[in-house]
Design a binder for this molecule. Structure first.
Ligand SMILES: Cc1cc2nc3c(=O)[nH]c(=O)nc-3n(C[C@H](O)[C@H](O)[C@H](O)COP(=O)(O)OP(=O)(O)OC[C@H]3O[C@@H](n4cnc5c(N)ncnc54)[C@H](O)[C@@H]3O)c2cc1C
Length: 388
């Protein structure tokens, strides 16, 4: 089978690599350079602590790859398994965490419910008086997204994937309702622009809606701007600290090196939904001040002496229920899109699922039957409570 994968982010490269591993003949088209979309802007967080079964399953199916990445791909991705600590600051959120622990444990995750005092054993800066309960999973963590992307790119090349950067797909060609290839332009495109294929994988990240529209498909995917900040906190953050999230506000932080921390959160009433081709890639100063202030409410590392080092903005590709669309929409056209803030961590399982959808006709790594795009028309949206 000849497949064109559109998009050279972590999802496209994982998919291309998995397809080639199973014998497909794969061309990957990336209009810019590899990782130039959302992937290089991610924080690299990996967690099993989600509130829906399919999100937990996608993490648990991906985790073996993250835990043995260097053995498999020969690249050290700086994976630091210091866990995630989720904080509930109201009784209602605490009750939700209790239900989630049950779900996560049923599916095979090790998450534990903690009292406020126990939470401080994992993150000493957390103020126990500010929280009602917490959960912790020791096998959650974070890695460097760009290094992981390089690992997948090397593996894809070794398996024979023809990676064409500087090559934009401009149309998805159909014949009698099935995919027959794409039209492309740029340095890797043939002179007539046509690349024939039996299948096309949409892994175009924040541009996925545009790519789907080329095949006449209307998908509810919105690019939403998100920011991140590196700070030198007033009190250094120990490198052994977990990635900590205040579920009430989405404020979160994780340790960097030498006491520094990456801090983030999304506090606006309405999302910013810019054109993915032209949005501000630097952070907003007012947002930065609010972000540090909000982290300081529940964690005493972030006092008034906290200093900003640098920051950036990138895009989430968001669906109405913050879950991806993973399906073969019609013969030969697969969507691996709309991952919100979770596309990095779910990329290993996603690549396997994409290969299974095309080569086996159904997914076996994870049951993705809830992730079809028809859920929006049917009004059967999923509900992820833990979004940051
Ligand atoms: C601030 C921030 C923090 C985040 N933190 C995390 C985190 O902690 N954990 C996590 O799991 N996720 C996180 N994410 C989300 C994560 O970055 C994304 O879900 C993930 O990178 C999506 O990967 P992708 O390959 O689908 O998309 P992308 O990396 O955006 O790749 C899509 C690629 O498609 C290319 N493309 C688009 N259209 C075309 C076309 N027509 N022809 C050819 N190429 C095309 C683009 O140039 C782009 O390179 C974060 C995101 C942001 C912005």
């Amino acid at each position: 089978m000849r497949v064109v994968v559109v998009g050279g982010g972590i999802v496209g490269l994982s998919s291309a690599s998995a397809l080639a591993d199973r014998g497909a003949d794969v061309v990957l088209c990336e209009r810019d350079s590899l990782g130039s979309g959302s992937t290089a802007r991610a924080l690299g967080g990996i967690r099993a602590q989600f509130s829906t079964a399919v999100n937990v399953d996608l993490t648990l199916a991906s985790r073996p790859v993250w835990e043995s990445f260097e053995e498999r791909f020969g690249v050290d991705i700086a994976f630091r398994q210091t866990g995630y600590l989720l904080l509930a600051r109201t009784e209602e959120t605490a009750a939700g965490l209790e239900r989630q622990v049950e779900l996560q444990r049923e599916r095979g995750a090790e998450t534990a419910l903690l009292t406020p005092e126990e939470a401080t054993e994992y993150c000493e800066g957390v103020d126990p008086d500010e929280i009602a309960a917490a959960t912790y999973n020791p096998r959650d963590g974070f890695a460097d997204p760009y290094l992981a992307l390089q690992g997948y790119a090397d593996a894809a090349r070794e398996r024979g994937v023809d990676i064409r950067t500087g090559t934009a797909v401009t149309d998805v060609r159909l014949d009698d309702g099935r995919v027959v290839g794409v039209d492309a332009t740029g340095e890797g495109a043939p002179s007539d622009g046509a690349i024939d294929a039996d299948a096309v994988v949409n892994a175009a990240g924040p541009w996925a809606g545009e790519l789907a529209a080329m095949a006449g498909l209307d998908l509810p995917i919105e690019p939403q701007r998100r920011q991140a900040l590196v700070v030198d906190p007033e009190r250094p953050v120990p490198e052994s600290d977990p990635l900590t999230i205040d579920l009430e506000t989405s404020s979160h932080f994780r340790p960097e090196r030498d006491g520094a921390a990456v801090v983030g959160g999304y506090f606006a009433d309405a999302p910013e939904t810019p054109d993915p081709d032209s949005f501000s890639e630097s952070f907003d100063v007012a947002w930065a001040a609010e972000t540090v202030e909000r982290a300081g409410v529940y964690c005493d590392y972030f006092g008034d002496e906290t200093r900003l080092k640098r920051g950036w903005a990138g895009l989430y590709a968001v669906t109405p229920d913050h879950h991806p669309i993973l399906e073969e929409s019609f013969p030969g056209f697969v969507q691996a899109v709309g991952f919100s803030g979770h596309g990095f961590q779910h990329a290993p399982a996603t690549g396997q699922v994409v290969a299974e959808l095309l080569l086996d006709g159904e997914a076996s790594t994870v049951d993705v039957s809830d992730l079809g795009s028809d859920r929006f028309e049917r009004g059967e949206l999923l509900h992820e409570r833990n979004v940051a």
